[in-house]
Design a protein around this ligand. Structure first.
Ligand SMILES: NC(=O)c1ccc[n+]([C@@H]2O[C@H](COP(=O)([O-])OP(=O)(O)OC[C@H]3O[C@@H](n4cnc5c(N)ncnc54)[C@H](O)[C@@H]3O)[C@@H](O)[C@H]2O)c1
Length: 370
């Protein structure tokens, strides 16, 4: 199979979908890999490293799309990319179809095969290609929140860890899933006092078992959140209600309970945020202030650490890329449930019920098409 890796063109996106190590494995198993020139540079991989691993470098995305049987990307196709996709071509990437009718229609019309990272799902319900980015974002939330607490950044001038004789900062985390757990791990490791809240008692029990003694688990409700806000220096939003907008757990009025110059990092901004005053920002202009509280609400946090994010993402995507490259698509779809759940559009037919429902488009179960 010929596998094409275009350079990402979305703003602030510096990841690449395949590492040179991945390219080498694909070439060794009899495939050809085409990489767009400089696609890996921001992730620390020069064209030369890809050439050494047996890949070929092409200058333009037009050449990559026209020559490849499968395109592997990071972000959804945008602008002219949609028109470059060919009939029957496999496109494996993050799509988030429900967010764009234009993209959904474009991918139906070009009759390609769209397999979305975000719906690749294990039988246990785990979403293996979302987890690595949540791990990155959870850890970054603490790193960036700590920086925003510095005086010259508009913060209250408090060191997260404290020092001997001076108390550490207090970090409150709403949501104890992957983002929340990673944030708690980092903040507690730095010596902060950490509160982590969730509505899932099983999850709270698990966190209580594994976290160090400077992490306190609490049930998430309005009373507990209001009680914690006056003591909180850094609030991290890490809630997810699958398939829905994040609930507003901290309203605009509740900001008055927080000290001025405290910091909110709302990681859940990509689902609307769990703080009412949250609105998406970019890495170029990451913060703004409401009621004296610094808000950091970058919607694609992992994009700022492309080296780590590229490796973390491709550690998880590669086994699927390898299967797609080396086994007939229809066999993969019949035998690998993760890929079947990842399939959103198959040759002009919407095969994912939620995507079809989002735009009132007819839903075609895959079994009726194969
Ligand atoms: N901004 C970014 O760059 C970025 C990157 C990765 C993930 N995210 C987002 O971060 C959010 C969290 O992702 P995740 O992977 O940790 O999800 P997850 O499913 O692992 O965890 C979400 C947790 O929220 C809990 N929850 C639900 N309702 C709650 C409530 N009312 N109060 C407290 N907890 C509640 C759930 O029980 C669950 O434990 C998602 O919106 C995700 O899209 C953003």
């Amino acid at each position: 199979m010929i596998i094409g890796i275009p350079k990402e063109i979305k703003e602030d996106e510096h990841r690449v979908s395949l590492t040179p190590f991945g390219a080498e494995e694909l070439v060794k198993s009899g495939n050809s890999v085409l990489i767009q020139s400089s696609a890996g540079v921001s992730s620390g991989f020069s064209d030369e490293t890809y050439i050494k691993s047996g890949a070929n470098i092409l200058k333009t995305s037009e050449e990559i799309y026209s020559k490849s049987d499968m395109i592997v990307k990071v972000k959804e196709p945008i602008d002219h990319e949609i028109s470059l996709i060919k009939k029957d071509q496999i496109i494996f990437t993050f799509f988030h179809f429900a967010a764009s009718k234009e993209l959904t229609n474009g991918m139906i019309e070009n009759e390609s095969i769209a397999i979305a990272y975000e719906t690749v799902q294990k039988d246990s319900g785990e979403l293996p290609l979302l987890i690595p980015m949540s791990e990155v974002a959870g850890r970054m939330a603490v790193q960036n929140g700590a920086k925003c607490l510095e005086e010259n950044m508009g913060g209250k001038g408090k060191l997260l860890s404290g020092v001997p004789g001076v108390e550490p900062a207090t970090v409150t985390i709403l949501g104890g899933g992957v983002v929340g757990t990673n944030a708690a791990k980092l903040a507690s490791g730095m010596g902060a006092k950490v509160n982590i809240l969730d509505i899932n008692p099983e999850r709270l029990r698990y966190l209580d078992d594994i976290m160090p003694s400077n992490v306190c688990t609490l049930y998430s409700n309005r009373h507990n959140i209001s009680d914690l806000l006056p003591k909180t220096d850094l609030l991290i939003g890490a809630v997810l209600v699958v398939g829905a907008k994040a609930p507003n757990l901290v309203t605009k009025e509740m900001l008055q309970y927080m000290d001025k110059k405290s910091v909110i990092v709302d990681v859940a901004v990509d689902q609307g945020g769990c703080v009412e005053t949250c609105k998406p920002t970019t890495h170029k202009n990451p913060t703004y202030e409401v009621s004296g509280i610094t808000h950091y609400c970058v919607a694609n946090m992992p994009g700022a650490v492309p080296y780590t994010s590229t490796l973390a993402l491709s550690n998880s995507t590669f086994k699927y890329i390898y299967k797609l490259a080396n086994t007939r698509l229809e066999n993969n779809l019949s035998n690998i449930s993760e890929l079947r759940s990842g399939l959103n559009i198959y040759k002009g037919n919407v095969t994912h019920a939620a995507v079809a429902e989002s735009f009132s488009i007819p839903y075609s179960p895959l079994d009726t098409l194969l």
